[in-house]
Design a protein around this ligand. Structure first.
Ligand code: ADP
Length: 487
């Protein structure tokens, strides 16, 4: 019975053992049955037609053969027309079965044959166990391979993947989830999601979890997540399964920011352009009236209003166009040696010409080395800072532009005694279109672009810009630029 140890599958084992048994025992039928979950199943057979097999499997005699060896004679044994049958049970636990040989002619099996069959049954049990263990090992290996494959896929996709088990513990947190949130795997894995992920208790309960990945109930929901200083907008989709829920999320913060910018842009443009347009329109209409005779002085005032307001409109349109180019690499920035005192003096002189009398503008400039910068762009930035200082000092006051050298940098300080800026607004005023609300600005108009443009230009020149202010007590803007190399 060498085949017992050579068979690669259970059926091969069953069929070959059966064939050899028939030959050895001079019998017509032989079979190997094994019990799977308490029900008999055919491992292999010889001499049985498929319709015989069903009858055989349902036969009560088999149950008896499982408990003890059987040796019987009859007319139509097992419903397959057998006249003599010998069965030997084998195995225990999961590898339990029976080995049977039947003759269609009337010749009973003797004790020696029954003993031989028991010996064969014993080795069949071993062989079956070996095959089942090998199958189990292959299955575990395949599972492990699949899991490793899945882990590689989850590790390399751009979406964050989070698996939370039924107890609320985070069981999976892929590299994209780390990258998007900045929360490291060691901090999140194995911990309750509500503790490890800020705001999860609220976020988790706001998501509709689907139980079928294709269902529309599990549509992505976009939620804000506060992570320290940062606010992220994540689009999250959850799918439940037997042991928990898998969430996949994408970072939509940038898209959201662009949408907000668009909304801010439309709000600013419609509000800030409408006011000067309305003035121009009103003044022009008045000048056109034929029923009223306007004195020369009134006409001059109306024309001055039209000029002033259309200047304001064109500045705003220029700002909008410039802001759309300022962060593109196409905008050329020169690096030249610039004497800041000269530029500041020019800016102050130009601003003074339009400034109301209630503000004074001074330059405090001890001798300072030149900086490496783009002269025209620096003039644009200083013009904006000084103009803002004037604009946001509606009650007047002193404005000072001060220069001071610190190591390899020159600081240009623009100081005013005007409205000041609330602390919560200070980090936002450099953003595109951001304006403190009208109450705080006392209705002073603007596009919200000046400081954005200034910051971009100063960064491109290798410098920094910052603000220090106390609401109601004035503001201090500081531009720092690198000094030009001595030559
Ligand atoms: P704009 O002045 O056109 O609104 P800016 O980008 O120059 O746009 O300024 C953004 C916001 O910063 C202003 O709306 C204002 O609220 C605030 N701000 C800027 N400079 C000053 C200042 N010197 N004093 C008070 N608030 C200021």
């Amino acid at each position: 019975m060498t085949i017992v140890n050579r068979a690669r599958t259970e059926q091969e084992l069953g069929d070959h053992v059966s064939a050899e048994l028939c030959e050895t025992f001079e019998a017509e039928i032989a079979f190997v049955l094994a019990y799977d979950d308490g029900r008999p199943g055919l491992v292999g057979a010889y001499g049985l037609r498929s319709e015989d097999i069903e009858r055989l499997l349902g036969h009560g005699l088999l149950d008896a053969s499982l408990a003890s060896p059987q040796r019987v004679e009859g007319v139509d044994l097992l419903g397959v027309g057998a006249r003599a049958l010998v069965c030997a049970p084998f195995g225990a636990g999961p590898t339990r079965g029976t080995l049977g040989v039947a003759r269609l002619y009337e010749q009973s099996f003797d004790e020696a044959e029954a003993a031989l069959l028991e010996a064969v049954a014993f080795s069949v049990a071993h062989a079956l166990e070996r095959l089942r263990l090998a199958d189990e090992r292959d299955r575990l290996y395949r599972d492990a391979q699949e899991r490793a494959h899945a882990a590689r896929v989850i590790g390399s996709i751009a979406d964050g993947v989070l698996l939370i088990d039924d107890a609320g513990i985070v069981q999976l947190w892929n590299p994209a989830a780390e990258a998007i949130t900045g929360l490291a795997k060691d901090v999140v894995l194995g911990r309750p999601a509500e503790e490890a992920i800020p705001g999860w208790s609220v976020i988790g309960s706001s998501l509709a979890v689907a139980h079928d990945p294709a269902s529309s109930r599990g549509r992505a929901t976009t939620v804000p997540v506060e992570l320290g200083e940062r606010e992220l907008w994540l689009s999250i989709r959850g799918v439940g399964f037997a042991e928990g829920t898998v969430y996949a999320f994408q970072d939509l913060t940038e898209e959201r920011r662009l949408e907000e910018l668009k909304a801010d842009f439309i709000a600013t443009v419609s509000h800030e352009l409408r006011t000067p347009l309305a003035s121009v329109h009103g003044a022009a209409k008045t000048l056109q009236r034929e029923d009223v005779v306007l004195g020369g002085e009134v006409s001059r005032q109306l024309l001055a209003l039209i000029t002033e307001q259309s200047d304001r409109l064109s500045t705003m349109v220029d700002d909008i166009l410039f802001a759309s180019r300022v962060d593109s690499p196409e905008l050329q920035i020169a690096t030249e040696r610039v004497d800041v005192e000269t530029v500041a003096a020019e800016v102050i002189a130009a601003t003074r010409a339009h400034a109301p009398e209630r503000v004074t503008i001074e330059l405090v400039a001890p001798p300072s080395p030149p900086v490496a910068a783009d002269r025209d762009k620096l003039r644009q930035v200083l013009t904006n800072l000084v103009a803002n200082a004037v604009k946001y000092s509606p009650a007047g006051g002193r404005i000072a532009v001060e220069l001071a050298t610190h190591g390899r940098h020159l600081a240009i300080v623009v100081r005013d005694e005007g409205l000041g800026i609330a602390t919560s607004d200070q980090r936002l005023i450099f953003e595109k279109f951001y304006r403190a609300d009208a109450n705080m600005n006392r209705g002073v108009s603007g596009s919200g672009l000046g400081l954005y443009i200034s910051r971009e230009l100063i960064h491109r020149m290798g410098g920094t810009i910052s603000v220090d202010s106390q609401f109601g007590e004035g503001s201090v803007f500081v531009v720092r630029l690198p000094l030009a190399d001595a030559d």
